[in-house]
Write a protein that binds this ligand. Structure first.
Ligand code: DGL
Length: 235
């Protein structure tokens, strides 16, 4: 049993996660597998889901409200488990709360660009992520020598929120978005929205034999652990 003193130590505080909905749970699950001793709080802003097609200023406002709620729960670190919220808000959050470590979702262009054989990578994301500075910079930095094709897949978010992640209708919807990327020659399909890993089995089925699916949930969980360790905050 932890003593009262342990409970008060900064390391004993929870790690906060949030997303517009259930999407970010894939990052939460990866983190829990990696750090089973950590306490976690997950906030799903389902009242305002989806974020993907809202103006960046609005996503920033919603994101700030999520962060205030998580800080009200005494979180020691916050994982912005949403690519769209990261794109709209991560710089502002870091400036507003310099003492709180924030981990954001990085579009996984780098591993895709490093491993592609065809020289074409496909990105599935929301409109908000694709117009963000982070995506533009990551693309310029890591994917300048490959062709990048993109698809906005807002309907995937709605499917996942409704708990529809398999079956012929889901496969038809997924195929309609992914097929054009495969036809353009993509042999890597990057899941640039945290809702999409929930559809990974269907996306993999559609991509079978033609492309590998790249998911950054595990990498973000590892980054979260690294940051806790570097600040002496691991439970
Ligand atoms: N899960 C979110 C993301 O990673 C956004 C989904 C949405 O609300 O549009 O981008």
């Amino acid at each position: 049993m932890p003593s009262a003193a342990d409970e008060k130590s900064p390391a004993a505080r929870p790690v906060g996660f949030f997303d517009s909905g259930v999407g970010g749970r894939c990052v939460l699950d990866a983190f829990r597998r990696l750090c089973p001793l950590e306490k976690t709080v997950y906030l799903a802003d389902t009242e305002h889901c989806p974020y993907g097609n809202r103006p960046p200023e609005e996503v920033l406002r919603l994101t700030e409200a999520c962060v205030r709620r998580l800080l009200g729960r005494d979180c020691k670190m916050i994982v912005v488990a949403c690519n769209t919220a990261t794109a709209a808000a991560i710089d502002v959050l870091r400036a507003e709360y310099p003492d709180i470590p924030f981990v954001g979702m990085e579009p996984a262009l780098k591993p895709a660009a490093l491993t592609t054989r065809s020289g074409v990578i496909g990105i599935l994301a929301t409109a908000g992520t694709l117009r963000g500075r982070l995506y533009g910079e990551t693309k310029a930095r890591f994917a300048k020598d490959v062709k990048v094709v993109t698809a906005v897949a807002d309907e995937f978010v709605r499917l996942v929120e409704r708990g529809e992640t398999s079956g012929p209708e889901v496969e038809r919807i997924v195929r309609a978005r992914v097929e054009p990327l495969l036809e353009a020659g993509a042999d890597r399909i990057v899941l640039g929205c945290t809702h999409f890993p929930h559809l990974k089995p269907v996306i993999e089925l559609v991509c079978a034999g033609r492309a590998e699916v790249v998911d950054s949930s595990e990498a973000v969980a590892r980054q979260a652990r690294r940051i806790l360790a570097s600040r002496g905050l691991l439970a």
